[in-house]
Design a protein around this ligand. Structure first.
Ligand code: DGL
Length: 265
C-alpha cells in the first residue's frame, strides 16, 4: 500500500484514462472518499478485444483490487461493463457500480425521435446494449456509431489532435445526417472531446454522459453498506503500462501533474 493512500479506497478502473471523466464526477460528489484509479493501459483499447478476454481480465482486476483493500469498485468503462459486469459481480463480494450508455435518459429527452450513441464496437455489439435499447428505447430510432481508434487517439495526441479531429468528422457526421438531437457519450473517453462533438452537430443538440449518475449510485451503495466516508480525499493513480507515458497523458487530459505508479493486478 503506498503511503499516500488510505487503507480502503474506492477503486475505479478503465482500459485507460477515460475513467478519469467519471472520477472527476465521483470526487465532485464524494470529495472525502479516497480513490485508487487503475488504468489498464497495457490492454487499451478494450473496445476491440473479445468478450472472453474482457471477462477474464475484469474478474482478475476486481479480485486484485479487493486484495489491495478496496471497499467498493466502480467499473468506469462502458466496454468492460458490457462484456464483464455480470462475471465481475458473480466473482466479487465488493459493492460494484457499473456504467452503461445513457440510452434511457436519451430516449426520454429526444424530440426528433432519433438518438445517437457513440461507443466502442464491443459495447454496441454486446447483448447488454441490445437489451438496454430493447427495454428503454423501443419507441425511438437509435443510431449506434462505433468509434474504433478514437479512445487511443485521445490518449496519444490529446483532444485537439489531428487524428482525433479526422475520426470525429467521420463518426459524428452520420448522427447529424440522421437527425439525432441527443447524443449519448457511450464511452468514458468521449467526454474529453464533448465540445468537438457538439461543434459537429447542429446547435441545440444535447450530449449525455453518465458521470453524475454513477456518482449518485456510488453514494447510495456506500451508504447502504455503511461504508460512506472515512477517507481524506486521497488519490492514487496506477497503470499496467508505462507510468511515465501515462503521467504525460494524465497531465494533458486532467490539467494536473500527478504521480502515476505501476501496478500489475
Ligand atoms: N473507456 C472505455 C469505455 O468506456 C473504452 C475505451 C477502449 O476501447 O478501451 O468504453
Amino acid at each position: 500500500m503506498p503511503a499516500d493512500s488510505a487503507p480502503h479506497p474506492v477503486a475505479v478502473f478503465d482500459s485507460g484514462l477515460g475513467g478519469l471523466t467519471v472520477l472527476r464526477a465521483l470526487r465532485g460528489r464524494l470529495p472525502l472518499e479516497d480513490y485508487f484509479y487503475f488504468a489498464d493501459t497495457r490492454f487499451l483499447p478494450y473496445g476491440d478485444r473479445p468478450e472472453a478476454f474482457l471477462k477474464e481480465r475484469g474478474v482478475l482486476i476486481a479480485e486484485a483490487l479487493a486484495r489491495r483493500g478496496a471497499k467498493a469498485l466502480v467499473i468506469a468503462c462502458n466496454t468492460a461493463t458490457a462484456a464483464a459486469a455480470e462475471a465481475i459481480r458473480a466473482a466479487s463480494a465488493l459493492p460494484i457500480v457499473a456504467l452503461e450508455p445513457g440510452v434511457k435518459p436519451a430516449a426520454a429527452l429526444t424530440r426528433s425521435g432519433v438518438i445517437g450513441v457513440l461507443a466502442t464496437t464491443r459495447t454496441l455489439h454486446s447483448e447488454r446494449f441490445q437489451r438496454l435499447v430493447g427495454n428503454h428505447a423501443n419507441h425511438v430510432r437509435v443510431v449506434g456509431q462505433a468509434c474504433p481508434g478514437l479512445a487511443e487517439a485521445i490518449e496519444t495526441e490529446g483532444p485537439q489532435g489531428p487524428a482525433v479531429a479526422a475520426l470525429l468528422d467521420a463518426f459524428v457526421e452520420p448522427l447529424a445526417a440522421a437527425g439525432a438531437d441527443v447524443v449519448v457519450l457511450g464511452c468514458t473517453h468521449y467526454p474529453w472531446v464533448a465540445e468537438a462533438i457538439a461543434r459537429r452537430m447542429p446547435p441545440g443538440v444535447t450530449l449525455l454522459d453518465t458521470g453524475e449518475a454513477v456518482a449518485r449510485q456510488l453514494e447510495r451503495l456506500l451508504a447502504a453498506a455503511g461504508l460512506l466516508g472515512g477517507g481524506q480525499g486521497g488519490l492514487t493513480v496506477a497503470t499496467s503500462g508505462a507510468p511515465l507515458a501515462v503521467t504525460a497523458t494524465v497531465d494533458r487530459l486532467f490539467g494536473a501533474k500527478m504521480h502515476v505508479e505501476h501496478w500489475e493486478p
